[in-house]
Design a protein around this ligand. Structure first.
Ligand code: ADP
Ligand code: MG
Length: 728
């Protein structure tokens, strides 16, 4: 049988089990062994060098050249002790993937020999030829220089015998060309603004950190089946495929017993992750068949983002070892749930306070309410920024599809907190606040302690308060977590700095500090109510309510991205010193271009598969039917023939109609594409592609999927949904 699908299935049936590498090993025995972590640094660095890394990490101080030489030398010794031969600056260009360019430690010396060298200057900075990374017009290719610079706040690690040094990536003129640069800036912006606010309550606080605990969803399918699906290989999703008779209807996969092969894979994944210090904690089956999720213990945002990037790399690498393919696309399979990434976000102080934890005393509760209300106000005022930062072509398939939150940003706080805010709003009139009398008697309702572990859950909300953190749930599974974190940190930083400025002004007017705080956060409650929604975010009712409230509902990526051009948002990023107007404009353009490129690839794959796989298969089957009909015609009289050939004749007609429609639609789509490709402006092209090319995808698909139902199973060349989703 030459059919590629059957060959692939044959391979999957013969798969042998691959035992995980960590059998019988204690996690604590290998945890972090590939990381140049605090403990290792103390072993390999001089006291002074160790201290300079610590200071850079905790206080943001500069590392001198001399110290950098010492640190590089220590790193080299540690790496060489572990069989490492190369080093690389590891960065996240705007392609979305991580990038590396490996250099050997070995330098030739006289006498035909070589010695291993690694100096401070190679640790601190490199100049990769960056001409092929997206830059959104920031650089011309003839000025291809880009610089990578060491980020000492994220530890170096070993991947495949290569020492990886986390770095930022900037242009010759200093503009950010990556995700890490604005992320680090957003972390400092939030730190600066939040620390001032928190100091109103706790004077000893010196720093505020943002934390992230991500949850990563993914699919696993057998590698042979994956290879027999060119659409999965090139676009990450199946552009064709009739739904399987059984998929997720019975909810029997969710939290079910993990299949042996998937579990072997997960154990290996965890082994690799733990060696790299990624604190993976949970694993479980998700809603769709062959869909899974893992989550680590939360960490400081910068580290957590790097760890998620690494984890996505490991998913791919470890899956290969198990002859599997991990799918990170937001919607690999039509008709069943796609994959997302939840970003659990909180802020905490250097003194160990989680600022989103309700307290026990009135004083702690006022602090909690101040933080909570400011965060909610930021989400209300800058909801469009959050939406823009989760937009990509893949996520458009999920948002609003009754499997993930809608494209409308809202927040959920739960009934208890909701009641508390109402109580707070009604408790004191403006008059009471205007007097100086209530000093020492702030009537903040006591937040029941029970709240800490009894938050209600609303799985349909894009931004839900879950007891001591917010869970941002609308992020796509393939996204770099830096994007939503940059957005969240920046808008909250802006809100805190506005709050602080207004607070200072009130104090100058003679208000007592606490009075000023209460007056301000009460004045925010109207905006807070506007963004809080406790109901079912999947319902039609919410669409109506949200419209009345004036909340945006940008259903597609180009619509969602367009806000990045608005003056209000350009100013926001500039004022918070996260992205300059030039950098933001470049990102806007890159994202629009990336969107177009993805759709161009999808359109091509759809056209090619339709013409090279689907139509030839349909014609083959049609010929079999025609032969059969001709044979029947020869052996039967006309009446008997009519009776016996009715089904075949019908099928021949149906297949002809589908073939005809597919050919016509593919031609139209191609013509449309050609017309749009002449557009020069990326945003205009993105919008046109969304409106004029995407509609063909579903139309063509419906005919192809219809053919799949009718054509002899033995002839069909593309692995079917039931095979990809249930063969493991
Ligand atoms: P669920 O599926 O109920 O949301 P999970 O255990 O899958 O719960 O994921 C919860 C995530 O939230 C984990 O990554 C966890 O580390 C993270 N998390 C817990 N507390 C905090 C916090 N204070 N700040 C940020 N993330 C947190
Ligand atoms: Mg969750």
């Amino acid at each position: 049988m030459s059919n590629i699908r059957f060959k692939a299935l044959e391979i999957t049936f013969k798969r042998e089990r691959k035992s995980p590498k960590n059998i019988g090993k204690k996690i604590s025995g290998y945890y972090g062994e590939l990381v140049f972590n605090d403990h290792i640094m103390q072993e390999y660095l001089t006291k002074a060098a160790y201290q300079s890394v610590k200071d850079a990490k905790c206080k943001g101080s500069r590392i001198s050249r001399n110290m950098a030489d010492q640190i590089a030398s220590g790193m080299k010794s540690w790496a060489l002790d572990r069989g490492v031969t190369h080093y690389t600056h590891w960065f996240h260009p705007l392609t979305g993937a991580s990038a590396e360019k490996h250099d050997s430690f070995a330098d030739p010396v006289s006498g035909g020999l070589a010695i291993e060298r690694f100096e401070g200057k190679s640790l601190i900075q490199q100049e990769p030829d960056a001409s092929s990374f997206p830059n959104g017009g920031i650089r011309n290719t003839f000025e291809a220089r880009g610089y990578t610079a060491w980020d000492p706040t994220s530890p170096a690690f070993i991947l495949e015998n290569t020492l990886c040094i986390p770095t930022v990536f900037v242009s010759y003129t200093g503009e950010a060309l990556d995700y890490k640069t604005p992320l680090l800036k957003s972390i400092s912006a939030l730190d600066e603004a939040a620390t001032k606010v928190v100091k109103l309550f706790n004077e000893d606080v010196k720093r505020v950190f943002s934390n992230l605990g991500w949850e990563q969803e993914y699919f696993l399918i057998d590698a042979a089946l994956y290879k027999a699906r060119p659409d999965l290989g090139l676009t990450g999703r199946t552009v064709f495929g009739h739904s399987s008779a059984k998929d997720q209807q019975l909810s029997d996969h969710y939290f079910g017993t993990i299949q042996e092969r998937a579990l072997d894979f997960m154990k290996d994944l965890e082994f690799e992750a733990h060696r790299l210090g990624i604190p993976l904690k949970t694993r479980h089956n998700e809603v769709a068949p062959n869909q899974f999720e893992c989550a680590p213990v939360y960490e400081e945002v910068n580290i957590a983002v790097d760890h998620n990037q690494l984890l996505m790399h490991l998913l791919d690498k470890v899956a290969k070892r198990h002859n599997l393919k991990a799918l990170l696309h937001e919607k690999p399979f039509e008709g069943i749930n796609g994959s997302g990434k939840h970003n659990n976000w909180s802020i905490s102080t250097d003194t160990g306070i989680n600022l989103l934890s309700p307290g026990k005393t009135h004083f702690e509760n006022l602090r909690f309410l101040t933080i909570l209300i400011n965060v909610l106000k930021a989400v209300n005022d800058y909801a469009d920024i959050l939406r823009a930062h989760i937009a990509n072509a893949g996520n458009d398939h999920r948002l609003g599809g009754h499997e993930a939150p809608p494209a409308i940003i809202s927040a959920f706080i739960g009934t208890q907190l909701g009641k508390l805010l109402t109580q707070f709003e009604n408790q004191q009139g403006e008059d009471a606040l205007a007097t100086n009398e209530f000093d020492g008697n702030i009537n903040i309702p006591k937040i029941p302690e029970i709240l800490l572990d009894n938050t209600d859950r609303n799985r349909t909300s894009p931004f839900a308060f879950t007891g001591n953190k917010f869970e941002f749930r609308a992020i796509g599974s393939s996204a770099n977590c830096a994007l939503p974190m940059i957005a969240l940190n920046t808008i909250v930083a802006k809100q805190f700095s506005d709050f602080y400025a207004s607070h200072e002004a009130l104090v100058k007017e003679g208000y007592d500090k606490q009075e000023a705080t209460i007056k301000l956060i009460k004045s925010y409650l109207k905006d807070v109510k506007n963004i809080v929604y406790e109901g079912n975010n999947y319902s039609d009712e919410w669409l109506e309510i949200a419209k009345e409230r004036g909340l945006s509902n940008f259903k597609t990526t180009p619509e969602a991205l367009q806000v990045l051009q608005q003056e209000k948002y350009i100013k926001l990023f500039d004022e918070m010193q996260v992205l300059t107007p030039v950098e933001l404009a470049a990102r806007y353009d890159i994202k629009m271009e990336n969107y177009v490129q993805k759709l161009q690839i999808e359109a091509r794959v759809i056209g090619d598969l339709a013409l090279n796989h689907i139509i030839p298969t349909a014609i083959k089957y049609q010929n079999i039917l025609i032969e059969n009909v001709q044979g029947l015609n020869q052996i039967f009289d006309n009446d008997t023939f009519q009776k016996n050939a009715a089904l075949q004749l019908d099928l021949i007609k149906t297949i002809s109609a589908d073939i005809d429609a597919i050919r016509k639609l593919v031609n139209e789509m191609r013509a449309q594409k050609e017309k749009l490709n002449a557009l020069e402006d990326n945003p205009a092209k993105a919008i046109a592609y969304q409106q004029k090319v995407i509609p063909y995808f579903d139309k063509i698909r419906s005919h192809v999927d219809h053919l799949e139902l009718h054509i002899d199973d033995e002839l069909w060349t593309l692995p079917k949904y039931r095979e990809m989703l249930f063969t493991m």
